[in-house]
Design a protein around this ligand. Structure first.
Ligand SMILES: C[S@@+](CC[C@H](N)C(=O)[O-])C[C@H]1O[C@@H](n2cnc3c(N)ncnc32)[C@H](O)[C@@H]1O
Length: 208
């Protein structure tokens, strides 16, 4: 199946904002929930920030927010100084107190999903992702554990995976197992798209 993001790259910003309005509203509500978990002075990072609309929302709600994306084409001029150009696989998340992972998790391989989530340890995180909602067609082993799901064939859009032609969508139980390595996982309902939802990750312990 070709990536569902492949049609979005040429859309004007107000169209992207309208299409993302339900996600932006949900994100805003989750920000209100996590604000009391954060220290007085804190920094947040938006992984795969793309158009930076979620950074706009976070900034409007008083978050000191930075971004990271492998591509610069969709980053608006006003955010360029706060957005680092790079791969999430190489990112140092240590300076940040709060992680946003919206629309990028499902553009990663299983190994990179596990490695990225391990780096969220000790901090609240918000993940918005598709998962494999049909019968799984593949199982993979990583770190001595088995995960079920399906392959996802990436396109060439600016919204697609930066460097992986095929990525992996775990089933929802296995997604929650991955996200729950070091966090309690709360699913946001209703799903904003069938087979896609927001997950709030609350740290089980302090940062490693
Ligand atoms: C589907 S868009 C999501 C944009 C926005 N976060 C949202 O939820 O609407 C995926 C974004 O992740 C970026 N991306 C894909 N693979 C990446 C990687 N390995 N490292 C950093 N950014 C990546 C893409 O360039 C794109 O901007």
């Amino acid at each position: 199946m070709m990536g569902t993001d492949s049609m979005t790259e040429q859309r004007p910003r107000d169209t992207i904002k309208r299409l993302a309005s339900t996600r932006l509203e949900t994100f805003s509500q989750i920000l209100e929930l996590i604000r009391p978990m954060l220290p007085e002075h804190f920094k947040a990072i938006d992984l795969g920030c793309g158009h930076c609309l979620f950074m706009d929302t976070a900034a409007d709600q008083g978050f000191d927010v930075y971004g990271l994306d492998a591509r610069e084409e969709r980053v608006p001029a006003k955010w360029r100084e706060r957005v680092t150009l790079g791969r999430v696989q190489d990112a140092d998340l240590a300076p940040y107190d709060c992680i946003f992972c919206l629309g990028i998790y499902y553009h990663l391989t299983l190994e990179d999903q596990l490695a990225m989530v391990a780096k969220f340890s000790g901090r609240p995180a918000i993940v918005d992702t598709h998962y494999c909602s049909a019968a799984p067609s593949k199982t993979l082993m990583a770190g001595g554990q088995v995960y079920a799901g399906r392959d996802y064939a990436e396109g060439t859009a600016l919204t697609s995976s930066y460097n992986d032609p095929v990525t992996f969508w775990p089933t929802e139980p296995d997604l929650i197992r991955i996200l729950g390595q070091n966090h309690q996982v709360m699913k946001w309902l209703p799903e904003h798209y069938p087979g896609r939802s927001f997950y709030l990750l609350i740290p089980k312990g302090p940062r490693c």
